[in-house]
Design a protein around this ligand. Structure first.
Ligand SMILES: Cc1ncc(COP(=O)(O)O)c(C=O)c1O
Length: 378
């Protein structure tokens, strides 16, 4: 089956008992046992729930993995993934990544004996420099949030596999519609399903997708033990959102291309970061490992003092945290998504007080440009 079909129908089609074409929301915490020692396969929803299973099946197929585990948020997924490692292990992480991931690693897991090195993973030399005998994984976001740097998935995978470790790729920005990291050698794919997969800014969800039998046993156990599993209705919302992933990604990507080109010529804007520009430093790499550029754009204003007025004046584009939905959002990473990152590190990564991030939705591109024009120009 082609990707479009898998995304729409991968979850299993219709309910065999009632014929319902929408996977039912199995809103049940527990499941009756027919007799002692017998089970329908479902016992308790923290361990397994049929709606969540349908979603997991769908995403595993879409990401070309054998397994997918659904969590109550992207952070829940990342936190459970860390349970594959043990205190003393070291992980090389993209320095330019979602601030919540930085907070989880640096403020929580570092207290439990894990260590992390923050590197510009788009520069392969920095990965080599940060490697040490305790390094058990490389964790990358590509493209990165918010500076849109692209890391070489194949090269990172070859490097860490030769040392016996794992490559983890957060694929939230491009989704399986545009990029399949497992095909490029990654061992684990992370998603904040809250973003493009669910796609409507109406629910949180998170995923780990992979094909490792041994890890599957350990991850299922971690998921069930910790309990950050996705609730049935949120699983259903994500499953429903995913059905239009291909259409939404294509439209958001076309809109982003138009807006990025327009922003680049705007007198109030100093620099635009978008992976679809042929002069983006990793444009060739990006085209070699992904099938599209997605809907995310970041840009520097020339003058930081104009930022509050832009955020107040946008009206169609909503000033809000998050990304990846039907509705366009503008975010100020310094005070929102990346506020947990220490100032010096944030600024070294390029996240300064002139940086704004746009998650381009699926509205009319002309309407979005008109809204940005009135906000940027006045
Ligand atoms: C790239 C990326 N990964 C992970 C997360 C965390 O996901 P969630 O907010 O669903 O916990 C986010 C959230 O913004 C993100 O942007």
């Amino acid at each position: 089956m082609k990707a479009e079909t898998i995304i729409v129908r991968g979850g299993g089609g219709f309910d065999p008992v009632t014929g319902a074409v929408s996977v039912p929301v199995y809103q049940s915490a527990t499941f009756r046992h027919p007799a002692l020692g017998e089970s329908t396969g479902y016992d308790y929803s923290r361990a397994l729930n049929p709606t969540r299973s349908a979603l997991e099946k769908s995403l595993a197929l879409a990401e070309h993995g054998k397994y997918a585990l659904a969590f109550s948020s992207g952070m829940g997924a990342i936190s459970s993934l860390i349970k594959l490692f043990k205190p003393g292990d070291h992980i090389i992480v993209s320095a330019d990544l979602y601030g919540g991931t930085y907070r989880l690693f640096n403020e929580y897991y570092s207290k439990y004996g894990f260590s992390f090195s923050w590197a510009d993973t788009s520069d392969f030399g920095q990965i080599e420099q940060n490697y040490c005998p305790q390094t058990k994984a490389i964790f990358i976001e590509t493209p990165s949030n918010p500076m849109m740097k692209v890391s070489d998935i194949r090269r990172c995978a070859d490097f860490i596999h030769a040392k016996g470790g794992f490559l983890v790729v957060d694929n939230t920005f491009l989704t399986p519609w545009f990029q399949n990291p497992l095909d490029l050698g990654a061992d684990f794919v992370i998603h904040s399903g809250t973003k493009y997969l669910a796609g409507h800014h109406d629910t949180l969800s998170g995923f780990i997708v992979h094909s490792n039998d041994d890890a599957e046993v350990r991850l299922r156990d971690a998921q069930m033990s910790e309990g950050a599993t996705l609730a049935p209705f949120d699983a259903w919302l994500t499953l429903r959102g995913m059905k239009t992933l291909a259409l939404r990604m294509e439209k958001a990507s076309r809109n982003a291309a138009e807006i990025a080109g327009w922003l680049r010529k705007h007198p109030a804007v100093e620099k635009v970061f978008w992976i679809g520009f042929p002069d983006h430093p990793q444009y060739e790499l990006s085209c070699s490992q992904s099938r599209g550029h997605g809907g995310m754009i970041s840009f520097y204003m020339k003058d930081a003092s104009r930022v509050p007025s832009v955020l107040k004046k946008v009206s169609l584009v909503l000033f809000a945290e998050s990304l990846g939905g039907t509705d366009s959002l503008i975010t100020y990473p310094v005070v929102q998504t990346h506020s947990a990152i220490p100032e010096a590190m944030r600024i070294a990564a390029g996240v300064n007080d002139r940086l704004l991030r746009l998650s381009v939705g699926i509205e009319d591109a002309g309407d979005l440009i008109a809204d940005l024009e009135q906000a940027l120009s006045s």
